[in-house]
Design a protein around this ligand. Structure first.
Ligand code: CP
Length: 307
């Protein structure tokens, strides 16, 4: 595996994480440059995306690089039966870096094993979404002024939600307290609960999205129930609308509370929350450009100018 890739948030040290956050701040202040002049980034999306693909492509364009790729695998030779290995090897002939979203868990790790160019995991099945985590961390840092000692409530699809899995692992350096709010069918998987136990991270599990939980949170991280991960549509119908955050539920919340959501949302945040200053999900998505500029430049070994 090449060392500049970003496959799992578990692979990066606290120092690397803080460096990426410092880079993101730099790019928020200096969004346009030619740091990627002459570089070509391939975005290979085997699953749908709006934010991740477009913010990666925005990041490359704002850094003066160029983008090739596909947003719909049915238009690539995958539809003729070409293997992932062959696709990655071919694209490695053309590009300096690959950003890839794939429906199979472990696909990004596999890609790093068949190429020498860096691979950024833009989401692999229900497993990991590390670039989302970097923008989530950047959003938390910006809104809370710190990453340490925060109470973070994760709500919704904690079983299939790769963004919550990555964020949970990233927070191991910052002494968080987690609240997991989910139906039994979608509770945080055992491997991540074990991870909390091993890392001495405090957590509690709830099936009720109660006033107590809301009012003692610094961050509420809402998630969509992911229909595409269910093999039985009846199971999805049973749990899809169990938790909806409404503006009235925030009346007693902490002043510093911010509501995050990786988006897209369906019904889990009512539109009446959007104008509450504690709603941060659209700004969060904007932070994705800066976080991804940070990840791309770090992966390509490009230093940012010193102040
Ligand atoms: N947050 C996120 O991954 O959104 P997209 O699926 O639109 O990329």
């Amino acid at each position: 595996m090449n060392s500049k890739s970003l496959v799992s948030i578990a692979d990066i040290s606290k120092e690397q994480m803080l460096d990426l956050l410092a880079r993101a701040r730099y790019f928020e202040e200096h969004p346009n440059s030619d740091l990627l002049k002459g570089k070509l980034v391939a975005t290979l999306f085997f699953e749908p995306s709006t934010r991740t693909r477009l913010s990666f492509e925005t990041a490359v364009n704002r850094l003066g690089g160029r983008v090739i790729g596909f947003s719909d695998a049915s238009t690539s030779s995958t539809s003729k039966g070409e293997t992932l290995k062959d696709t990655i090897k071919m694209v490695s002939n053309y590009a300096d870096l690959i950003v890839m979203r794939h429906f199979l868990e472990g696909a990004a790790r596999y890609a790093t094993e068949v190429t020498d160019i860096p691979v950024i995991n833009a989401g692999d099945g229900a497993n990991q979404h590390p670039s989302q985590t970097m923008l989530d961390l950047y959003s938390i840092l910006k809104t809370q002024g710190r990453l340490d000692n925060l109470t973070i409530t994760m709500v919704g699809d904690l079983k299939y939600g790769r963004t919550v899995h990555s964020l949970l692992m990233a927070m191991r350096y910052f002494n968080p307290t987690f609240r997991f709010v989910a139906a039994d069918e979608l509770r945080m998987p055992a491997e991540y609960r074990r991870f909390c136990d091993t890392e001495d991270i405090a957590y509690s599990e709830h099936t009720e999205f109660s006033e107590d939980v809301i009012n003692s949170s610094d961050i509420i991280y809402m998630t969509r129930v992911q229909r595409e991960r269910f093999s039985d549509v009846m199971e999805y119908e049973k749990v899809k609308d169990l938790y909806t955050l409404r503006n009235a539920m925030l009346a007693g919340s902490r002043p510093n509370l911010r509501i995050l959501h990786p988006l897209p949302r369906i019904n889990e945040i009512d539109r009446d929350v959007d104008d509450n200053p504690k709603a941060y999900y659209f700004e969060q998505a904007r932070n994705g450009v800066f976080a991804r500029q940070a990840i791309i430049t770090a992966a390509l070994g490009i230093d940012i100018p010193k102040p």
